[in-house]
Design a protein around this ligand. Structure first.
Ligand SMILES: Cc1cc2nc3c(=O)[nH]c(=O)nc-3n(C[C@H](O)[C@H](O)[C@H](O)COP(=O)(O)OP(=O)(O)OC[C@H]3O[C@@H](n4cnc5c(N)ncnc54)[C@H](O)[C@@H]3O)c2cc1C
Length: 229
């Protein structure tokens, strides 16, 4: 996998001091306490685990001692880009549904597509999807080039894309009216998924802190940020 995060051995942050271990679920002392429901639904793969004096052989070490944080970031960096790519596909689907409803539903003497509120939903969603897509392509290209700006872009899309996804799905639901929240359409599931993505793989606030840190570091060392020509 492409390494997108610079080595970081800052003792104050604890980075460079972490290790990851593979712990089999049948190892003595691993206790699955309970499944944790998500959005009111039971799940089988989100569980509370209690570790009690668990021991595993040193051969279960993932990578080297001190590279635990790096190993996590290697997976998460690419994973966040994949999540955003997936979200863009979902936004597009929601957009298709919004336009379908706007062009077929008539209310108060005319089709929804002629109402300026609905035209605003379509225009705002077009911009959200376009911006999300272009930002994600830029981040993926920087990851592929092992560009030092990749980490900033990954955090940027991790914040921007789920928020844009939420906005687009929210508008699609509104255009569909009550049907939008029914189980006849995939929009309610998308809505919950988009909201969850603002937490999973790091909450918005943590990524914004990182973006600001990278920008401020660059201003301090190089006098500015290069957004390109
Ligand atoms: C459905 C789902 C699936 C998940 N799957 C995985 C998985 O497969 N693997 C995995 O490792 N994790 C997974 N997570 C965990 C997820 O990454 C964490 O929930 C997330 O990083 C937030 O951590 P936390 O829940 O401990 O909240 P906390 O760290 O307690 O944060 C709570 C809130 O505090 C605020 N906050 C936190 N830090 C700061 C800060 N520095 N500055 C300002 N505000 C801050 C934010 O608003 C944040 O939402 C999953 C989460 C969900 C919801």
């Amino acid at each position: 996998m492409t390494r997108v995060v610079e080595a970081d051995h800052d003792p104050a942050s604890g980075r460079g001091q972490m290790a990851q271990l593979i712990v089999p679920t049948d190892a003595p002392g691993v206790n699955i306490v309970r499944g944790v429901g998500i959005w009111g639904r039971p799940t089988s793969d989100h569980v509370e685990v209690r570790y009690e004096d668990v021991r595993v052989p040193a051969s279960n070490l993932l990578g080297a001692v001190g590279q635990g944080h790096q190993a996590a970031q290697d997976r998460l960096g690419a994973g966040r880009v994949f999540h955003c790519m997936n979200s863009i596909g979902q936004m597009w689907r929601a957009f298709d549904l919004m336009v379908e409803r706007a062009t077929t539903r008539t209310v108060h003497g005319g089709p929804l597509q002629d109402k300026q509120f609905v035209q605003g939903f379509i225009a705002d969603s077009y911009m959200d999807i376009s911006a999300a897509r272009l930002m994600t392509i830029q981040a993926a290209e920087r990851v592929a080039r092992n560009d030092r700006g990749a980490r900033t872009d990954i955090s940027s899309i991790k914040v921007f894309v789920p928020a844009a996804y939420s906005r687009v799905v929210d508008r699609a639901i509104q255009v569909w009216g009550a049907a939008g929240v029914s189980s006849d359409l995939p929009l309610s599931g998308m809505y919950l998924g988009a909201r969850t993505l603002r937490l999973a793989d790091g909450p918005d606030e943590v990524h914004k802190v990182l973006i600001a840190k990278h920008v401020l570091d660059r201003y301090a060392t190089e006098g500015g940020w290069d957004f390109g020509n």
